[in-house]
Design a protein around this ligand. Structure first.
Ligand SMILES: [Zn+2]
Length: 251
């Protein structure tokens, strides 16, 4: 074989070995974790390896975060599967739960590892004691524990930004997408879910975040966002989140 051609073939083979996108044979797997779930927590069931069955609740209609996270996650999954990239087999979506159960954090993280996830996003709706806060927010594992902090922050802000673009069409004064680290979670220990993702080399360096889509317990948002225009807004959020997730894993 001509030496020039041989050198070119060796170069192509090396790029193939080094590049993650070229190395990946199958579809890029997006893992979505619908936060919370399951029956009401009994007594002091606040083990650090499990979230509460539900956190945020809307004020007037008593809508539950655990139901809305599952509803939105299923919509996002359907959008990803129906997308061009989904139908072409370039991306695939796996949910950590598709029923009303509360998997512990070890199980949720194991779903991502078993699926060889390219990214991991846990969906939540937020709450605030004053019932006045609003706006999308990403929660990122704190820098001290997180070898992947910069990438996680960029990923989280991109996801929250996708939500913001939808939300501000309905409410122009919605705050800009923001982020916070996880130091307040689980009694200031940080997210045990992020900790579990870090335990496994298969998921240690994939982009991961919690996406707090909107405040569920805001008295000024509830009627429009979660009742009157619920279907329309959830559909628009799902479209935007699906598009951004696909963009994140196929760049
Ligand atoms: Zn939550």
């Amino acid at each position: 074989m001509h030496a020039k051609i041989l050198r070119f073939l060796l170069f192509v083979a090396c790029v193939g070995l080094l590049s993650p996108s070229a190395r990946a044979q199958g579809p890029r797997v997006i893992v979505i974790d619908p936060g919370h779930g399951g029956p009401r927590d009994a007594g002091s069931d606040a083990a650090h390896n499990k979230s509460t069955s539900n956190n945020a609740t809307s004020v007037a209609h008593h809508l539950l975060e655990k139901d809305l996270t599952l509803q939105l996650a299923k919509l996002v999954a359907a959008r990803i599967e129906a997308s061009d990239a989904g139908r072409a087999g370039k991306v695939k979506v796996v949910l950590t739960r598709d029923t009303d159960v509360n998997l512990d954090f070890t199980r949720r993280a194991a779903v991502a590892a078993d699926a060889h996830a390219a990214c991991f996003m846990s969906i939540h709706f937020n709450s605030d004691d004053g019932h006045r806060a609003s706006g999308p927010r990403a929660v990122i594992q704190r820098k001290a524990n997180n070898p992947n902090f910069d990438e996680d922050k960029a990923f989280g802000l991109a996801m929250a930004g996708a939500v913001e673009n939808v939300t501000k069409k309905y409410r122009p004064q919605t705050p800009k997408a923001s982020w916070q680290d996880d130091h307040e979670l689980h009694g200031n220990w940080g997210s045990y879910l992020f900790f579990q993702l870090n335990q496994n080399p298969a998921t240690r360096t994939i982009p991961s975040c919690h996406l707090e889509v909107e405040f569920l317990d805001s008295t000024s948002l509830e009627q429009t966002f979660f009742v009157d225009k619920h279907d329309e807004i959830f559909s628009a959020w799902a479209d935007a989140i699906a598009r951004e997730l696909i963009a994140q894993v196929t760049r």
